[in-house]
Design a protein. Structure first.
Length: 275
């Protein structure tokens, strides 16, 4: 198992106690390793009808069930390959998952969120929690499909919106590519037949990935998400990465009408990098 040691990270693992969330835990252990990192299993719960005194007893029952579920998941986590060496803690939090994770990420240190696609719903690309977290998070979010299995990291696709390059935001991607000797394909969906690459953007990418094997790909297509998904599947990508600029570009990847058609939801994880 390889370890990313340049930046010691706190890896947050949101869980609904499903097999999908446990699979995300296994993927995180394989990708990041344990040296220098800490793992935290996070579960949030809410009252069905908050604000009524009559549900105090129900709230206590929900908390007790959450604690019990977390204890069971921790035992399952410890049974994963490589987990015996992991430093892992647990947290059960009242409130929304997004609020819980945001609060944790405000503490000192570097954070990475790794979460699975929402449990049983096969046609939702990234479940509501995953999609909301990817769009709201201020730290990198790795979304692991329920059928994804870590089989090495050889080919990475970086979705490029061809506006500007953010070297700081690319640190995690550069480190992953370097550690696994992966090739990074910088893929840009053409907005028109006459579109030409911006020489300044290309030069900036060459600087950021100067020590990493990388190449460029122009992807034709009217729909960004579908075009990238088809290219990623065709070229057997192990990971798709996108920089979240808090614009409509990322939103298109989570649009419901697109999500149910995307091929990448079956096996290819998505890494959302933050500026």
């Amino acid at each position: 198992m390889r370890n990313i040691t340049t930046n010691m990270a706190h890896i947050l693992l949101p869980t609904d106690f499903s097999d999908g969330s446990l699979n995300a835990c296994a993927y995180a252990l394989d990708l990041f390793g344990t040296d220098g990192h800490t793992y935290m299993l996070v579960h949030s719960y809410m009252d069905p009808v908050p604000g009524y005194a009559a549900i105090v007893e129900m709230s206590s029952a929900l908390y007790a069930a959450s604690v019990e579920g977390m204890a069971d998941l921790l035992q399952r986590f410890r049974g994963l390959e490589g987990a015996e060496r992991a430093v892992v803690t647990t947290r059960v939090v009242y409130g929304t998952l997004a609020a819980a994770l945001t609060g944790l990420c405000e503490e000192k240190g570097e954070y990475i969120i790794v979460m699975g696609t929402q449990g049983t719903s096969g046609i939702t690309l990234f479940g509501s929690n995953a999609g909301a977290m990817a769009k709201a998070s201020t730290v990198p979010v790795l979304i692991v499909p329920k059928d994804a299995r870590f089989q090495g990291l050889r080919r990475i696709m970086l979705a490029d919106d061809h506006t500007s390059v953010e070297p700081q935001a690319m640190r995690l991607l550069v480190e992953l590519a370097s550690r696994f000797a992966a090739q990074v394909t910088i893929a840009h969906v053409l907005r028109g037949e006459d579109e030409e690459p911006d020489a300044r953007v290309v030069a900036d990418y060459d600087t950021v990935f100067k020590d990493v094997d990388h190449q460029y790909m122009a992807v034709p297509g009217d729909d960004i998400a579908l075009a990238l998904s088809n290219a990623a599947e065709r070229d057997n990508m192990d990971l798709v990465a996108v920089l979240h600029r808090h614009t409509g570009f990322l939103d298109s990847l989570f649009h419901g009408s697109i999500a149910k058609h995307l091929a990448m939801h079956t096996r290819i994880p998505l890494l959302v990098l933050e500026r």
